[in-house]
Design a protein around this ligand. Structure first.
Ligand code: HEC
Length: 158
């Protein structure tokens, strides 16, 4: 092997080795949010924002946020079909679908009183599952004010 080519080879080999060493840490295991994490990160804020949107009669945003809440539940059901002895996916399907649909109808009809009523029922359904899952100390209520001071929930003129 000509000298120059040999040094070139060594340089490449060294670079590859250093590169491999630099990546020496084993990859961190993927973060798998607990059911409580998903509830706190996705279901709770979306339930809250949906409530505020309805209170503001902001139907366009309420429709959007209802869809986000539905997706959050799909995610929960997918990742946590069962939690301890509780059939989470089945319970969501059996109990949440009708109240979510009722809220959707109220939003479509731009029916403020209907929203208040169906949203209250939706909220009771959150608590019904918490009670049946033995976490009845987690009590969800209709939001009284917004903790998201950087978001305007009022309907925008479009
Ligand atoms: C199918 C059952 C079920 C439904 C429906 C459900 N939850 Fe939960 N939720 C649970 C369980 C079980 C836990 C406890 C999970 C854990 O500790 O990891 C929980 C935990 C939570 C927590 C975390 C409590 C905390 O303070 O850290 C919040 C918040 C929450 N739920 C909000 C809601 C809201 C809002 C709804 C309705 C829009 C809802 N949940 C509907 C089963 C349910």
């Amino acid at each position: 092997m000509p000298k120059l080519a040999f040094f070139g080879f060594c340089a490449v080999a060294a670079a590859v080795t250093v590169g491999a060493l630099a990546q020496g840490n084993p990859p961190a295991p993927a973060y798998r949010p607990s059911l409580g994490d998903l509830m706190t990160m996705t279901v709770q804020p979306r339930h809250l924002k949906l409530g505020l949107a309805g209170q503001e009669k902001n139907w366009a945003y309420a429709a959007y946020e209802l869809h986000e809440l539905e997706e959050s539940f799909e995610h929960v059901a997918h990742d946590w079909p069962k939690w301890r002895q509780v059939e989470i996916a089945e319970t969501i399907k059996a109990t949440m679908e009708a109240p979510l649909e009722a809220v959707e109808q109220a939003i479509k009809a731009k029916d403020a009183a209907g929203f208040t009523q169906t949203y209250a029922r939706l909220t009771e359904t959150c608590n019904a599952c918490h009670q049946s899952a033995n976490v009845g100390m987690i009590v969800i209520q209709v939001p009284k004010s917004s903790p998201f001071s950087n978001q305007d929930f009022r309907a925008q003129k479009q």
